[in-house]
Ligand binder design. Structure first.
Ligand SMILES: Cc1cc2nc3c(=O)[nH]c(=O)nc-3n(C[C@H](O)[C@H](O)[C@H](O)COP(=O)(O)OP(=O)(O)OC[C@H]3O[C@@H](n4cnc5c(N)ncnc54)[C@H](O)[C@@H]3O)c2cc1C
Length: 181
């Protein structure tokens, strides 16, 4: 069902997202709206109940998954999160801009943070405070834009008419090719 790439099965406030790893294994994330701190005793049973009525092939991704199933919350900082310049300190990566993994960009942003922070320090060799300020001036708008995109994608993927929103987005961008089953 996932082929060599990505599988997205989306519904209102839930979905199954699978991707093929380089070693050939399939990683599957089951996404579910749940109360804060949700900690089921039997994750597999809870998920199978939550995805009752879904296609058997999709449910088998839960039923036949190897390894322990772990419930993890999706936490985010608000898009546009920033802080006052604080001497001697700055943040990068998720610590600076934790976002839902739906722009697929958190690690890319973290690496760019590191590169831009390094460039700022090299550019201000005798003034680290100026370097941190220059870094944050680039960081804040860039992270805000990506975090907003991630939040919007997250909402689109799991809205009431899912997967229509994502299908429309991919169709509009020319990335969706439909084939007859
Ligand atoms: C399901 C999912 C899918 C994702 N998909 C993508 C994707 O396709 N593309 C993409 O670019 N990004 C993706 N991301 C986001 C990406 O994983 C993160 O943005 C990235 O890992 C952030 O890197 P980081 O170094 O800032 O933080 P982390 O990777 O969280 O590293 C922080 C490290 O600090 C350690 N640590 C924490 N507290 C302490 C302490 N007190 N002392 C010592 N060590 C400590 C932690 O153990 C951890 O190893 C995804 C994230 C998730 C959850």
């Amino acid at each position: 069902m996932a082929g060599p790439g990505l599988l997205l099965a989306l519904g209102e406030r839930r979905g199954l997202i699978g991707h093929r790893d380089a070693d050939g294994s399939l990683q599957v994330h089951a996404v579910l709206a749940a109360p804060d701190g949700w900690a089921p005793g039997d994750v597999r049973a809870e998920l199978l109940a939550a995805f009752a009525g879904w296609h058997d092939g999709l449910r088998s991704l839960i039923a036949e998954a190897g390894g322990p199933l772990v419930a993890r919350g999706i936490h985010t900082l608000p898009a546009g999160h920033r802080w006052p310049r604080t001497p001697g300190v700055t943040l990068l990566g998720d610590a600076a801009h934790l976002m839902a993994p739906f722009a697929c960009d958190g690690a890319n942003q973290a690496m760019l943070d590191g590169a831009e922070l390094a460039a700022a320090l090299v550019g201000h060799p005798t003034d680290p405070e100026a370097a941190l300020g220059a870094y944050e001036e680039l960081l804040f708008p860039r992270a805000a834009a990506t975090a907003a995109e991630a939040a919007a994608m997250f909402a689109v993927c799991f809205r009431a008419d899912a997967p229509r929103g994502l299908v429309d987005l991919l169709t509009a961008s020319g990335q969706l090719v439909t084939v007859d089953a």
